[in-house]
Design a protein around this ligand. Structure first.
Ligand SMILES: O=P(O)(O)O[C@H]1[C@H](OP(=O)(O)O)[C@@H](OP(=O)(O)O)[C@H](O)[C@@H](O)[C@H]1OP(=O)(O)O
Length: 449
């Protein structure tokens, strides 16, 4: 009744069904792998990305609905924010590296990958279109976060101030932010700190001791990057040379520039379809790790001890304003300060925020397993993207006891010494210790041996 033998036609039909199932299975598996490894191709104009782009990371709008309002017993007295400027064009140094890649022997990419704006010296270091947009969006959300507080304070033009470093990118970020917060121009013009007097925003500029220590940090970072390149370089070179048609001469340093170019393409032009197609999320995270070997030593917790002091003049200014506000709350001054990537990295280093931001905080080395590195607290795409910002909110309770809350990139963070994000000001004052009232100039002075 149930003969074992199938007719020839039935056998052929079965073979076709099995073949179709096999093809479908392979297709489904490919689509799963591709979708989990390809960079997010954002809709036109959006800069959303799943790539880790280090200090060239665009500022991604946070979900600010997660910010808890203060409990009814806490009255907001003052807000102070410190920012890196918005997305900017490459500095002269980066433009030179980009030009070198454009001129690589055998480079074969389509014309739209060669973006002249990335090597236009007239634009070097200037705030870019998306940098203005970042600042506008952050200012709008700031107004929404403090709807009555800022409106009340702006009635007294003296009580909201804006300060920037001397660089155009910081100054124009401050002016853009001010234009949104104070459209009627009640407040004073942005105070621009001359570079040779700026100890709080472009603080590295005048610090000889840090400059001297930077040489050592850069040397140490170079040794670790060499270890990194010895482990990962071959695979990276094969991947990139194959994709770009470069026959020889591509170094890992060139690949680092390709990675930087991807960051600028996304941050400045919302363009994920050129150099960024060379990087999947894991490769971009690996390149960020290579960068963070350097940044964590030059500016971060794994370099010279002076890195832990470099934000002391800034915190002295912040606490000068906090103590003044506590003496006279109705006339408290809220200040918005606009600096650079290192401004926030030095703040993070002084506060040891890497311990808040990650579970792995051993020195970032060239041989660090990626499985460990992905959990590190010092990650530049988190701490130092364009427009990165740290806020200090000052409150007093019904007994006039002062409390503070920190926000990093519009998300509340809790110091390990605090039991809640709203925390006694004494905890922050004690944590900062003699960084408040420090003599920055003597810290930076090189004492003759
Ligand atoms: O993106 P990073 O933090 O590296 O930018 C640095 C600048 O370094 P560069 O982009 O050239 O690699 C650095 O410029 P440099 O000419 O001094 O090397 C600049 O001083 C520093 O403030 C960072 O620039 P930004 O203003 O934070 O974007």
């Amino acid at each position: 009744m149930f003969g074992n033998s199938l007719s020839g036609a039935e056998r052929a039909r079965k073979r076709r069904i099995y073949a179709a199932l096999a093809v479908a299975t392979i297709f489904v598996m490919f689509m799963w792998y591709y979708s989990s490894h390809k960079p997010t191709v954002s809709p036109g104009g959006s800069r959303l990305t799943n790539l880790s782009l280090s200090t060239k990371m665009p500022y991604l709008t946070p979900n600010t609905t997660t910010i808890r309002p203060a409990s009814s017993g806490l009255e907001l007295v003052q807000v102070q924010y410190v920012y890196r400027h918005g997305a900017r064009y490459p500095t002269q140094g980066d433009m030179a590296h980009i030009k070198e890649v454009y001129e690589l022997d055998g480079l074969s990419v389509s014309r739209d990958w060669i973006n002249a704006e990335l090597i236009d010296g007239d634009k070097a270091g200037l705030l870019a279109k998306y940098g203005y947009r970042e600042m506008t969006g952050i200012a709008q959300r700031t107004m929404q976060r403090y709807p009555t507080f800022l409106a009340d304070r702006l009635r007294n033009p003296e009580s909201v101030r804006f300060v920037s470093s001397e660089y155009q990118r910081s100054h124009m970020s401050a002016r853009t932010f001010q234009g949104v917060v104070d459209p009627k121009n009640h407040t004073k013009p942005v105070t621009v700190l001359p570079l040779n007097k700026d100890t709080i925003l472009a603080m590295k500029a005048g610090c000889s001791m840090w400059e001297q220590e930077k040489e050592v940090a850069t040397y140490n970072a170079g040794r670790e990057v060499a270890v990194f390149d010895s482990i990962h370089g071959q695979k990276l070179r094969e991947r990139m040379s194959g994709k770009l048609g470069v026959k020889s001469g591509m170094t890992v340093a060139h690949i680092s520039t390709l990675y930087t170019m991807c960051g600028y393409e996304i941050s400045l032009f919302a363009q994920p379809d050129t150099w960024c197609t060379l990087f999947d999320p894991d490769t971009s995270a690996l390149m960020e790790l290579r960068n963070d070997i350097k940044y964590s030593r030059v500016y971060g917790p794994f370099g010279a001890n002076i890195n832990k002091r470099m934000a002391c003049a800034l915190f002295t200014a912040l606490f000068r304003d906090i103590d003044s506000a506590l003496r006279d709350p109705p006339n408290a001054i809220s200040t918005f300060r606009f600096g650079h990537a290192e401004t926030i990295m030095f703040v993070s280093t002084l506060l040891s925020l890497e311990q808040v931001l990650g579970t792995e905080n051993s020195p970032i080395t060239g041989a660090m397993p990626f499985s460990l590195a992905r959990h590190r607290g010092f990650k530049t795409s988190v701490i130092a993207p364009f427009s990165t910002n740290l806020g200090i909110e000052l409150y007093k309770d019904q007994h006039a006891q002062p409390f503070f809350r920190l926000l990093l990139n519009e998300r509340a963070i809790r110091l390990p010494e605090c039991t809640d994000e709203f925390c006694s000001l004494d905890v922050l004052r004690n944590k900062l210790g003699d960084n408040i009232g420090c003599d920055f100039n003597s810290i930076c002075r090189i004492t003759p041996q």
